[in-house]
Write a protein that binds this ligand. Structure first.
Ligand SMILES: [Mg+2]
Length: 332
């Protein structure tokens, strides 16, 4: 008998996917991208993504701010819709709680969800509530829509494309390290890194603009970390990717944090997750043509290959594997 630790998260997903579809009609993309893509009508598609937060795995009653928890469960789903280039619309929320659960705590989680919903124009239109004897669980399914011919899949990268990322990377990873007490870092920089971890700003507008432009070829959001998320893009597109580590955008706050803690900013930017920025591929002139030089940074190039991400200078393989919920300790 094999357990999930040996099967791994991706092995489990493969087992589910192996069952195939009961009906192929209307399913444009099933398992294997940031969202499922379903046919709505001849011009537009429905995007669907879901996320779950479990007590003592993703959050802790005594140390996670409930409003932040609520905000984040919707924000991470928004980021998946942004990664396809879509417009988020409506969501359903399921809550499993024990009969002794503090209703005031739940109310504060809901405040966080609804605050994020108001900011991005997303409704909660239904869901489910169940009693459990186990941990508190929130599960949110978000739906979005977009024109069918604009969808950016993970599989569209082609040799000769450049690789771009939005914003700065590694900040949320530094925010995790800050969860302990470290008051050597200036208050503003500390707040910035923690905000990047707890209040990510999914790049919905940018994703939509890139999809509409027709100049991007593939896109993913950075939830697991640059190396592993680029690995997903590279494997889905059957290409290799070379990344110039020195070009990865790093914030002044991260630089200062890493100087004080003797950590490598580059290492955090490559391997730490939860930045919820976008990584995409597209034609070399994309930034210039869309006047996105302030929002996007070119960090590498797509080359012929079979799904490997390498450091341009050393040739070292960067994406050993993605984050696995069953084989690794969760860090949030
Ligand atoms: Mg994603």
């Amino acid at each position: 008998m094999s357990d999930l630790k040996s099967l791994g998260e991706f092995g489990l997903i493969d087992r589910i996917a192996a069952h195939g579809l009961a009906r192929e009609n209307g399913v444009i993309k099933g398992i294997g991208d940031d969202c499922a893509v379903l046919e709505l009508d001849s011009d537009s598609v429905l995007l669907v993504t879901t996320d779950t937060l479990v007590e003592d795995i993703h959050f802790w009653f005594d140390r996670s701010a409930p409003e932040g928890l609520g905000y984040k469960i919707l924000a991470v789903s928004l980021s998946d819709v942004a990664a396809m280039g879509g417009t988020p619309r409506d969501s359903v929320l399921s809550v499993s709680a024990s009969a002794t659960c503090d209703s005031g705590y739940l109310e504060r989680v809901f405040e966080g969800i609804f605050a994020c919903g108001r900011r991005y124009g997303v409704n909660i239109v239904g869901g489910d509530t169940t009693r459990t004897n186990g941990p508190l669980v929130f599960s949110l399914t978000l739906m979005g829509r977009m024109p069918a011919d604009h969808v950016l899949y993970r599989s569209g990268a082609r040799p000769g494309d450049r690789i771009f990322v939005s914003g700065t990377l590694g900040d949320a990873g530094a925010g995790l390290h800050l969860a302990g007490n470290d008051d050597r870092l200036a208050e503003k920089k500390r707040e910035y890194l923690l905000r990047r971890l707890h209040r990510p700003l999914p790049r919905v507008e940018l994703g939509r603009r890139l999809a509409e432009s027709g100049l991007a070829t593939a896109m993913i959001d950075l939830s697991d970390g640059l190396a592993s998320d680029l690995g997903h893009l590279a494997r889905a597109s059957s290409v290799d990717m070379t990344v110039d580590l020195e070009k990865i955008p790093i914030s002044p706050s991260l630089k200062e944090f890493c100087r004080l803690s003797r950590l490598s900013a580059q290492q955090l930017a490559v391997s730490a997750g939860e930045d919820y920025e976008l990584a995409l591929t597209g034609e070399p002139e994309l930034c210039h043509k869309l006047q996105l030089n302030n929002e996007l940074t070119c960090i590498g190039e797509v080359v012929e290959g079979c799904g490997i991400v390498r450091d341009l200078k050393s040739g070292e393989v960067l994406d050993v594997r993605g984050f696995d919920h069953f084989t690794e300790e969760c860090s949030t």
